[in-house]
Write a protein that binds this ligand. Structure first.
Ligand SMILES: [Zn+2]
Length: 196
């Protein structure tokens, strides 16, 4: 089932996600709905707060980036078919140099900005079967995971922009929260005026 994606301005996007217990009711169904919702919106990642649930859960499918001609063959190969569920993730370490990458977010349609983050991360998480993993990623893969991980910490990519950029974006972000935008997928807007 395609769920509505929560838009910028909703308080749920500002909550630190709660850990998920192994016996969380209907977790498989929730994850299945998140995949459907993400693909329907042509996203490469989706975090539970974006569908209104303040939980430490996000999904990533980096496959669309495998066709990015700006990347090397080796990078394209690692991105191809990278599809994972991250439950109760914790970034243990971020290393390497800062680099800028143009980010967007399904909760903030039509806004894309260069964001600077460190190159390499080490993360522990449980997969969909609650098997624990510790893995190290770099480049675009690390970038997608850092963006989604921020969601479960209540952080949005626009928080990381310069104060000038933030000021310039203020009106557009306010319009998004009011639903004054054109978007191809289902959304829920926190400040939309109810029609009477
Ligand atoms: Zn996002």
């Amino acid at each position: 089932m395609v769920l509505p994606i929560v838009a910028y301005g909703d308080p749920v996007l500002r909550k630190v996600g709660k850990e998920i217990e192994k016996d969380f009711p209907k977790l498989d169904e929730l994850i299945e709905n998140m995949w459907e919702t993400m693909y329907n919106a042509s996203g490469v990642g989706l975090a539970a707060p974006q569908i209104g649930l303040p939980l430490r859960l996000f999904i990533v499918d980096a496959t669309p980036f495998a066709e990015d001609d700006d990347l090397t063959d080796a990078e394209q190969k690692t991105l191809e078919g990278f599809k994972k569920v991250f439950i109760n993730a914790k970034i243990k370490e971020e290393t390497g140099k800062d680099w800028a990458f143009n980010e967007g977010c399904l909760s903030i349609p039509d806004v894309r900005e260069d964001v600077s983050r460190k190159d390499t991360i080490t993360i522990t998480y449980c997969d969909g079967d609650f098997k624990e993993h510790t893995e190290t990623y770099d480049g675009v893969l690390a970038r997608i995971i850092q963006h989604e991980y921020d969601h479960i910490e209540g952080i949005l990519f626009t928080d990381k922009l310069s104060s000038l950029k933030k000021r310039l974006l203020k009106g557009r972000l306010a319009n998004i929260s009011k639903g004054k935008i054109k978007v191809e997928y289902r959304m829920r807007f926190p400040n939309m005026k109810k029609a009477r």
